[in-house]
Design a protein. Structure first.
Lengths: 253, 483, 411
């Protein structure tokens, strides 16, 4: 029996007093890939934001156990140090801060809080070289300011590159496929698949089934109105692609 | 670059050298009574054994100043200094000697350590008695030997008055006339000391000239006067300031800096200013009212780079008069204000010659309850055919209690000019901070990363050693600033 | 003391029955005219305006047809030398819309609640003069929930020699109503007239007001023209100012955005030639959150003309989530023309996106050469580029007849 990475119980969250998540239950074990699908406004991005610790979202009920820690008690950076990684739907541009400097800082802060020596410049560069090949990120992009002037596809590849560098235990990919052409999608998926192992887990949040052709999920969950209304295997995704979400919603009534 | 003379080189050199010069001797009766009048001016001039023409210069300035009123147009509020309660002459003060670093304010030591200032230097800067002192006199002398071979003059202003009166007389007050403004007039009447620098024709000064090492740095006082002359075809990079935090007891500083770039010359003037900004409640702190201006003759270039994190009130507009054809003026500035600091800074680019170019990059960062204003003038005269200017003034806001203001004046009297000005004001991006945090970077580090990125265009213009310290300064100045 | 300051007390005071007039009289005697060093007037040479003995005169106008805008369907209000002219004004009465000579409105609630409320905050002596010495003007009130289809055309005519006029207008547009106003300023004949008009506009909750303002006084006339605007929440205000001629023109446009979720837009095009002086001062005060303002002013200066643009954007404390954009672009077409620009941002809140940009220069030589290479003469090429430059602002005009009129004026 593989170990549980994250266990979400009865999670409720709201923003500006409006309830968005209305009782999410989800357990993800090491080595698993979970896909969360659902129509716009179902709460998919809210779930990823709450797990990453965005302040605007207020958790009103429920608990989240992450590797034995009370996730909701942790600051966003503490969650990151514990290996929680969010690939943003809209990666932010940070002018003047080079990608390399950014990552080096991230690794150094993590090392510091784990009581480890920061990675040496030499090892860092070696790591960068190795991991950037994974998503075919050019040297030019690596040295530019974080996400500044990147195309949509480059931004998403940069997210996966960062994921590779930080070696997370739980990766949450928030609509990583949005705005990607088929080649970029393949590169991104290939990166995710290569990083997958028996010790880590992945949550793929997506609107379309397309990405799931490349990243094969073990479980597919359908989110509707802040709740998971159906869980199945990868065939559920195909069914959703064909029939849309309405039939599921109708069943609810 | 191979010739650059660093502090480390110097320490090595001094260790192996006999200590030759000792301390400056005490001057008898080293303080003038409070107040300002003709007698005081005569007293100062006599103390400094100045020639008659300089006394006349001071007396004239006093007359001009007495007719002027303290300006109020800047976006700063403060209790005006009582000009008759200030002593306008005091000999270089010896700091109270402390026995060990234990006696020094731990806040200061903490900051120094974070700036990477060595223990020895910490002792020197805080006035602790040490066995081995990097004595400024010796330092200056070591430099002087090297510079002397090239004919470069770099000395205190008083020394220049004695040794090179013809140069001082020829250029003093030619860029900043006595009546230019209230504080410049005051400075012209009572200036204490300062720096003088002359680079002969065709000479490229091989090292950064830094007041950090200059003689009697701690005693140059409130009314500093700097004169830099780059003769035809010469080059100099001049660094002003000290990044160490200093609790200066002089509240009012009114300095004047004049730069003269003769034909084909280039002057790069960098400042990192970190004077005492007052405490968290806005109590105390230095009033920094400085007039800095350079004049460019044909094909010459003056470049100002300013990083300001200190002072309670800053009022400063390093400017360029682009008199010669094809001359270039540049202004790069980062001004950080926190707590109750107020800064009204900017530049003036006066285009007179043909094909003159100017660039202005100003980055303001306001935190706490502070106010940060950019005030600039770009003036294109009738004869300034084909003048070009590009200005960019950005403001970053860290809290909802601070203010950021932009007041650019653009005056154009020539149709062939091309002028462009852009300004933006925005809040520090919460989404940027969150993104950093999600990657495991703490909030403080995230803010420092983002702010340094924002200021990078300017920091890149600083000499390397300075840039590193300046970055750290930004970090320290903005500690606990988001809210 | 300037001549105007000495002589002003000979002018007949305002016919408006309000205590505000008396207060303004006191202000006029206490206030000074701007000096060269007065920051807000630093580029204006006021001497020639102030050292003149103006008369106060209700001249006759024999024919206004030359001043009308072709194909414009509008209610017409004619003000001659600041006096409401019943003879030429032509108003169709509409339910809920009140258009009256302002002095006849003094008993109405809308008048009492709004007259001078904005103007009295001003420190300008010209504003006090207008309040104290106006000859009248027009009062417009639109009741709630009325989308007024017909615009109101306020035609201001300078007639005579050395006449001072201080037209005073008050426009109140109530909740969820809409109104379009055209203001035109023209000279019939004569010279050295001084027009000191002031319009106060109140845009109530969810209301929308658009003003198209066209200034084409003769190059011998002078004008200080002020608009004071107040916006309540969810309101929309747009003003487009076209300064096509005038010896000395100073526009003061002040908008107080005093409600959340407002939209404000200010656009301007000014063309100076000869010795003309055109000065546009705008100020927008964002007092409440969640608002957007946008400003675009363009200047074309020929001969020895001087242009000034001073745009202030002030975001007050507690006014969060503000987007304010300001652009000023100028071209100088002669070596003796001058442009002074001062865009200002004063930000006291933190959650803002504000920007301003300004450019001053000449037309791209490459573009002119390109056109020449295609067989277009240099002058025609320049005219073409002027047209393209101006068009960005002209496109903002909301009434086709007015747009055509401005285009024709420029051709």
């Amino acid at each position: 029996m593989s170990k549980t990475i994250i266990n979400i119980k009865n999670l409720h969250a709201s923003v500006d007093g409006k309830a968005i998540l209305k009782g999410i239950n989800l357990e993800v074990k090491a080595g698993e890939v979970h896909a969360i699908m659902g129509p716009n406004g179902s709460g998919k991005s809210t779930l990823s934001s709450v797990l990453a610790g965005r302040e605007e979202f207020e958790v009103t009920d429920g608990e989240v156990d992450y590797l034995g820690l009370d996730l909701l008690e942790l600051e966003p950076e503490e969650r990151a140090w514990e290996g929680l990684f969010l690939a943003f739907q809209y990666p932010v541009e940070i002018p003047g801060v080079s990608n390399m400097n950014f990552l080096k800082t991230a690794l150094a802060e993590k090392a510091k809080h784990k009581g480890l020596e920061p990675v040496s410049s030499k090892d860092f560069l070696k790591l960068v070289k190795e991991k950037s090949q994974l998503v075919e990120l050019s040297d030019k992009l690596k040295n530019r300011s974080v996400n500044e002037g990147f195309s949509g596809g480059e931004k998403k590849r940069n997210e996966i590159f960062q994921m590779a560098m930080l070696e997370p235990k739980l990766s949450i990919l928030d609509e990583t496929d949005s705005g990607l052409d088929i080649d970029a999608l393949r590169i991104v998926a290939n990166g995710v698949n290569t990083l997958k192992n028996a010790e880590n887990a992945t949550i793929v949040i997506t609107h379309y089934q397309r990405l799931l052709d490349y990243i094969i999920p073990d479980f597919v969950h359908v989110l509707h109105d802040g709740k998971i209304i159906k869980t199945g295997d990868k065939t559920l995704a195909l069914e959703l692609e064909e029939r849309g979400y309405d039939w599921l919603v109708k069943d609810l009534v | 670059m191979g010739m650059k003379y660093t502090e480390e080189d110097l320490k090595e050199e001094l260790k192996t050298k006999e200590y030759e010069f000792g301390f400056t001797t005490d001057i008898e009766s080293d303080r003038a009574p409070n107040g300002i009048n003709e007698d005081i001016i005569r007293f100062i001039s006599a103390k400094k054994e100045e020639p008659e023409w300089l006394l006349e210069y001071r007396l004239n300035a006093l007359k001009v100043w007495q007719k002027m009123v303290e300006p109020e147009w800047a976006h700063v509020t403060y209790e005006k200094p009582k000009f008759q309660d200030i002593s306008y002459y005091s000999a270089p003060k010896k700091k109270k000697e402390l026995k060990s670093l234990d006696e020094v304010d731990p806040e200061i030591l903490k900051t120094m350590a974070r700036l990477g200032i060595s223990l020895e230097e910490q002792k020197k800067l805080t006035g602790v008695a040490v066995d081995f002192v990097i004595d400024s006199v010796s330092v200056a002398t070591s430099f002087k030997e090297k510079l002397g071979e090239l004919g470069i003059i770099f000395c205190s202003f008083s020394e220049a008055v004695k040794e090179h009166p013809e140069l001082v007389q020829k250029y003093l007050g030619t860029v900043v006339p006595t009546g230019d403004n209230f504080y410049a007039a005051l400075n012209s009447a009572v200036f204490s000391d300062g720096s003088f620098c002359y680079i002969p024709k065709g000479v490229r000064c091989p090292m950064e000239l830094s007041t950090y090492f200059r003689i009697n740095d701690s005693g140059t006082g409130q009314f500093e006067r700097t004169l830099v002359i780059a003769d035809e075809g010469s080059y100099v990079s001049y660094l002003e300031g000290c990044t160490a935090p200093q609790r200066d007891e002089n509240q009012l500083h009114a300095a004047v800096v004049e730069l003269i770039a003769l034909d084909n010359a280039e002057i790069k003037y960098s400042t990192v200013q970190n004077w005492y900004p007052g405490d968290k409640n806005g109590k105390g702190g230095v009033f920094n009212f400085v007039t800095k201006r350079g004049i460019c003759y044909k094909n010459s270039k003056i470049s100002w780079t300013q990083v300001e994190t200190g002072s309670a009130i800053t009022w400063k507009y390093p400017s360029c008069i682009l008199k010669g054809d094809n001359s270039i003026g540049e202004f790069y500035s980062v001004a950080v204000t926190n707590n109750y600091q107020m800064a009204d800074t900017g530049t003036k680019m006066i285009h007179i010659g043909k094909n003159t170019k100017s660039t202005i990059i100003s980055k303001g960062i306001s935190a706490g309850n502070s106010h940060n204003s950019y005030r600039g003038l770009v003036k294109i005269g009738k004869g300034a055919t084909n003048a070009r200017n590009f200005s960019q003034c950005d403001s970053l806001l860290m809290t909802d209690r601070c203010g950021a203001h932009t007041y650019p004046y653009i005056e154009c009297e020539n149709s062939t000019a091309q002028l462009e000005h852009e300004a933006t004001t925005s809040k520090i991006g919460e989404d940027q901070v969150f993104y950093c945090k999600q990657r495991g970077i703490s909030e403080e580090r995230a803010i420092s990363l983002i702010v340094n990125g924002y200021a990078k265009e300017v920091l890149n213009k600083l000499p390397m050693e300075f840039a590193v310290e300046a970055q750290k300064l930004l970090e320290i100045s903005l500690e606990n600033s988001v809210g | 003391m300037t001549f105007l300051k000495e002589k002003i007390f000979d002018i007949k005071t305002s016919p408006i029955d309000s205590v505000e007039v008396k207060n303004a009289l006191t202000q006029v005697s206490e206030r000074e005219f701007p000096q060269r060093k007065t920051e807000d007037w630093r580029y204006a040479k006021l001497g020639k305006i102030l050292n003149k003995n103006y008369q106060f005169d209700a001249n006759e106008v024999k024919d206004i047809s030359a001043f009308l805008i072709p194909d414009l369907e509008a209610d017409l209000v004619v003000l001659v030398n600041g006096f409401y002219n019943e003879q030429w004004s032509n108003i169709k009465s509409l339910d809920g819309v009140t258009i009256l000579p302002i002095e006849k409105a003094s008993q109405l609630d809308a008048f009492k609640n709004h007259f001078n409320v904005l103007a009295k905050e001003s420190q300008e002596i010209f504003t006090s003069i207008n309040t104290a010495y106006n000859q009248g003007g027009v009062f417009v009130e639109v009741a709630k929930n009325i989308q007024v289809e017909r615009p109101i055309f306020i035609l201001n005519i300078n007639a005579g020699n050395g006449v001072i006029s201080n037209a005073r207008n008050l426009i109140v547009v109530a909740q969820s109503s809409e109104l379009k106003v055209i203001q035109r300023y023209v000279t019939q004949n004569g010279t050295e007239n001084f027009n000191n008009a002031l319009t106060e506009v109140f845009v109530k909750q969810n209301a929308k007001v658009t003003i198209e303002k066209i200034q084409d006084f003769s190059e011998f006339d002078r004008q200080v023209c002020t608009e004071e605007i107040h916006q309540e929440k969810d309101s929309n205000f747009v003003i487009n100012t076209f300064t096509l001629s005038g010896g000395f023109v100073r526009n003061g446009l002040n908008i107080k955005v005093d409600g959340t979720n407002c939209y404000s837009e200010m656009n301007g095009l000014f063309i100076g030639k000869g010795e003309q002086f055109i000065d546009n001062h705008t100020r927008i005060d964002h007092l409440k959150s969640n608002c957007i303002s946008s400003e675009l002013y363009k200047g074309i200066l020929k001969d020895s003309a001087t242009g000034v643009f001073n745009g202030k954007v002030i975001v007050h404390k507690d006014a969060q989530v503000i987007e304010a954009y300001q652009q000023n672009k100028n071209v100088l077409l002669s070596d003796t023309a001058t442009m002074n620009t001062k865009p200002e941002l004063e930000i006291f809140a933190d959650d803002v996106k504000c920007s301003h940009g300004t450019t001053t220069g000449q037309f791209d030589e490459e573009a002119i050469f390109y056109l020449q290479a295609r067989g277009i003469s240099k002058n025609a090429a320049k005219e073409m580029l002027i047209g393209a430059f101006a068009n960005e602002v002209i496109e903002k005009i909301s009434i086709d007849a007015v747009k055509d009129f401005v285009l024709a004026k420029l051709a």
